[in-house]
Design a protein around this ligand. Structure first.
Ligand code: SF4
Length: 308
């Protein structure tokens, strides 16, 4: 079943690596749907996979899950990647809860990822916990971020914009700036309506044209505090011109949920982007467009191709 080849994979850009499928949250907006049961790769399979990518010099590996820090061998795996693949850039995607344990945080900080992306679903604890479906998760995540910052780790809190929180995106940025002054950046992500998010889409989906004014206000708040801000997968044409530079360009990410997935061999999945309705827009090639799951839900009527 698993290809144990030791042949090196030559990769550039970013790869998304699902380290483990379990999670201590059960977010209604999770694209992975952690309640589906998958078997994690064993430690030795994981190491065999790392050995195949370890020579790459221009590679970022996004360690995700589920919640990757829940693996019993998590500390071993990040130490292995750090020591054997020092040229690889490690980014960790985590709900932050395990970092509420200071001892665990100290151990990760010995082999720190270049940054840790942590979702905070709202500055209102009740909304965050409603989205994670885990009471108390907000407090643990906040403590986890606090601990990582104590150890000088770089943390980027991010919000995944949906119907339950879009009006509070500016307050989210204000909260980050006030609570974690050491943070230098925040992320504002649009939502992919797959997995649990797809199953709960009626409660979550919001049109980009509705959330855009709040995202623009949130950018203003970021600028007030000198915070770097990245908006992910929002079409250029849906923000006013002065805000478009805060939209991240499309990244070439090899998307796969599991290194056993044969797509890692080079067949990229395309899950988002611009579409035929963009016509002759001058931003084609630069604009990231948005999620295809979003277009499937709302169509293309919001797009306003910019011709000159
Ligand atoms: S029309 Fe398409 S390419 Fe142009 S800004 Fe909108 S989404 Fe981007």
């Amino acid at each position: 079943m698993h290809d144990c080849s030791s042949q090196q994979l030559e990769l550039k850009g970013s790869i998304y690596c699902g380290l483990g499928f379990s999670c201590d949250n059960d977010c209604i907006l999770c694209v992975a749907n952690v309640s589906e049961k998958h078997e994690n790769m064993s430690t030795s399979d994981m190491i065999a996979y790392f050995d195949r990518i370890i020579e790459n010099e221009e590679l970022t590996i996004q360690l995700s899950g589920g919640e990757p820090t829940l693996r019993n061998d998590f500390l071993y795996l990040i130490e292995y990647l750090s020591v054997k693949g020092p040229k690889i850039t490690k980014v960790l995607l985590s709900n932050g809860r395990r970092f509420s344990n200071m001892d665990f945080t100290a151990k990760v900080a010995a082999f720190p990822p270049v940054c840790v992306l942590v979702p905070i679903h709202s500055c209102e604890p009740g909304i965050h916990d409603m989205i994670t479906r885990r009471p108390g998760s907000f407090n643990e995540t906040v403590l986890g971020i606090r601990n990582m910052l104590e150890y000088k780790m770089i943390v980027i809190p991010k919000i995944i914009v949906n119907k339950l929180n879009y009006k509070l995106v500016p307050e989210f940025v204000e909260f980050v700036a006030q609570t974690f002054p050491e943070c230098r950046a925040v992320g504002i992500d649009t939502m992919d309506l797959l997995g649990s998010a797809g199953a709960n889409k009626e409660a979550l989906k919001v049109k980009h044209t509705e959330s855009a004014p709040y995202i623009q206000k949130a950018i203003d708040v970021s600028l007030k505090y000198g915070l770097h801000v990245s908006v992910i997968y929002m079409p250029f044409c849906l923000l006013e011109e002065k805000y478009r530079k805060f939209i991240s360009p499309d990244q070439s990410i090899v998307m796969y949920k599991d290194p056993r997935d044969e797509r890692v061999e080079g067949n990229l999945t395309k899950e988002r982007g611009t579409v035929d309705a963009c016509g002759g827009c001058k931003y084609l090639g630069e604009c990231p467009g948005t999620w295809y799951s979003y277009f499937k839900e709302f169509g293309y009527d919001e797009l306003r191709p910019i011709l000159q």
